[in-house]
Write a new protein. Sequence first.
Length: 316
Amino acid sequence: MKKISYLILSIIFIGLVSINSYAKAKSEVEAGRPNLIEKKEAEIKDMTDEILALDSKIEKEVGQIVQYLSSVKDSAGSHTKVAVIKEKAILALADSVQDYQSERAKRLNELSKRYPNLSRDILEKQIEITDERIDKRIEQIIGITSSLTQNQNVKKYDAYWTRQRSSGRRTKVKSGKKVSKEYKQDRSVTAKNNALKDKVIKGLKEEIASLEAKNVTLNTKIQTERSKEIKEQHKKEIEANKGTIEKRKEQVADAEAETAVSTTPLQYDEAKDLEGQISDLVLDIQDQEAKMKRLIYKRNMALSKLATYKKAAGRK
């Protein structure tokens, strides 16, 4: 499964790009075109509505993938195919979390400046929305992780016997026990699922350690920072990190728990069909994201022009 990125980040983090010629905009406003601002605002609203509709479609399709994967498991016929599909989905969601965290770090870095490129209220709102999306993705990861099957109560050995004709008319009967196919399948799936579960738990614990280290650094910065505003921002971030640490600890506990989730075993052909369906959904998501990129670029340009018009008209 290809990496799924969620371009709502770009919607949240739109900033004003370089403003076109102020003199030109002012002359346009003064030349009897007072409705330019209203037209531009309407244009931006239409693009924003379309972007949000695309994002809603993407979120719905991601939710469908997570919900269905959380309801199925491997059978003797599918071997570990379902487990492999789940692993790819979890890694894709983890990539999404990293994307959000990267963008969050950029907003946080902007907040640490004395003169950020956007108002502090806007930047704080952006960080708040990003945190919500990070939590959502991690909950989706935990949802799939909770559906990973563990050791089942299957018999280890099958009895067998064979007839072997020896010389003459005598028939020799050989009997014994051999490890059952069900047992081998169960151990194979369990080993793969346990490795994936361990990877998820390790990632959560690493984030906890990272946040604790960041709080140590922020406390040090508070001691030397002169700006009261930035000091307060550091204190807010420390408190936010503490809250996130507690959430992650709860999520670690959820991931470690041996919960009994009802899942349906898929045969090989069914698992193969599932893989194809998810691939189609991913391609559709990527198509919607491409449309969003183009709209976001156009919206950035429109926002830039609107800011110029408002400045020329003496409006905020």
